[in-house]
Structure formats: structure tokens, C-alpha cells
Design a protein around this ligand. Structure first.
Ligand code: FE2
Length: 207
């Protein structure tokens, strides 16, 4: 993609598609306002970068590129790793079918519930804003639960599942009770998307 030409991707489901677990109000604001702002600011930073003539000018833009570039990457990934819930008979969200990903989760954590529990405990421990990840470590060839701060994208692992822990992702529905948001999100996690990412990660053995 050429400099400063990033665009907001469409959601793969309607704004109310993740209800009752994630409200339409949150999804509309999160996608149309928050993600759009990262896209606009990334484009502005890239356009400014293209006009720089000195290292000092380029260094001055690093923080904006990282923050807004990470915000765009992370949210683009996040929308695709959510899906309308199978428990509401609306889609495949929350359903982990038999396959290599399920086998790897069971191998590492013993059960899906044990994995979710560790993921939620680790992710709830993020101080301030950040992201919780199930990532594939290409060095150890294992799945690991990791976190990143702010809008830092996951670079050490291949992202399999990412969960947005910014207050804008849950506050309007769950207020300050992050644990309830983290419990609910598993009802709308798109494990089929996660399976595809896991297959690509393990097939390539590279970042
Ligand atoms: Fe967000």
C-alpha cells in the first residue's frame, strides 16, 4: 500500500452482530471513531514522513507512526477475530472445533477453560491500556499468552487471537469490570479465523 493510503476496513458482520456480548454502541464508536482516527493519523504521519529531509524530522515522527500504525494493525486484526456468537445461534463465535489449534491449546493448557482462565488473568493484569494475545512463538514453536502496551503491535509472536483491553473496547457496557468483558469476549471469539492464522504460522515457521 502506498504512503498515506490506508483505509478503514469494513466489519465482517453488522454493528449489532456481536450482541449481547459487545453492544452495537461500542462497536459503532470503536470502528467508526476510534479505528478511523488511527487510520487518519497514520496516513498523516506517513505523508509527513515522506516530506522529511533530515533524520531528526524522521525520528520525531516515530512515535506517531508506531502508535497509529499499531492501532490500525491491531484493530484490523481484532475485527476479524470476532464473530457473531454460536450461543445466540447467530454465527460461529466462541466455537472451537476439533483441529490443530484445539489440539495445541489442550496440549499447552490442558483444557479450553484453563487456557481462557490464564489468558484472562494475564490480560487483566495489563496496567493501563494494551492488548492481550494468544501468539505463536516461532522460536519455540509453541502457543504463548503475551501482552503488549498501548497500541504496540505483536512483533515477537505471530498473532493468533488479540483482545483489545483499552477502556473504549468495553467501558460503555461493562463499566470498570474488565473481568466481565474478558469473560464475555470468548462468546464472540472467531476460532475459525484463529485456526487459519495458526495454520499459516505453523506452516511457514516465520514471522
Ligand atoms: Fe480499540
Amino acid at each position: 500500500m502506498s504512503t498515506g493510503q490506508h483505509t478503514l476496513p469494513d466489519l465482517p458482520y453488522p454493528y449489532d452482530g456481536l450482541e449481547p456480548y459487545i453492544s452495537r454502541q461500542i462497536m459503532e464508536l470503536h470502528h467508526k471513531k476510534h479505528h478511523q482516527t488511527y487510520v487518519n493519523a497514520l496516513n498523516a504521519a506517513e505523508q509527513a514522513y515522506a516530506k522529511t529531509t533530515t533524520p531528526k524530522e524522521r525520528i520525531a515522527l516515530q512515535a506517531a507512526l508506531k502508535f497509529n500504525g499499531g492501532g490500525h494493525i491491531n484493530h484490523s486484526l481484532f475485527w476479524r477475530n470476532l464473530a457473531p456468537s454460536a450461543s445466540e445461534k447467530k454465527g460461529n463465535g466462541g466455537a472451537l472445533r476439533d483441529g490443530p489449534l484445539k489440539s495445541a491449546i489442550y496440549e499447552n493448557w490442558g483444557s479450553l477453560d484453563a487456557f481462557k482462565k490464564e489468558f484472562n488473568t494475564t490480560t487483566a493484569g495489563i496496567q493501563g491500556s494494551g492488548w492481550g494475545w494468544l501468539g505463536y512463538n516461532p522460536a519455540t514453536r509453541k502457543l504463548e499468552i503475551v501482552t503488549t502496551a498501548n497500541q504496540d503491535p505483536l512483533l515477537t509472536h505471530v498473532p493468533i487471537i488479540g483482545v483489545d483491553i483499552w477502556e473504549h473496547a468495553f467501558y460503555l457496557q461493562y463499566l470498570n469490570v474488565k473481568a466481565d468483558y474478558l469473560k464475555a469476549i470468548w462468546q464472540v471469539i472467531n476460532f475459525e479465523e484463529a485456526e487459519t492464522r495458526y495454520a499459516e504460522a505453523t506452516g511457514a515457521h516465520k514471522l
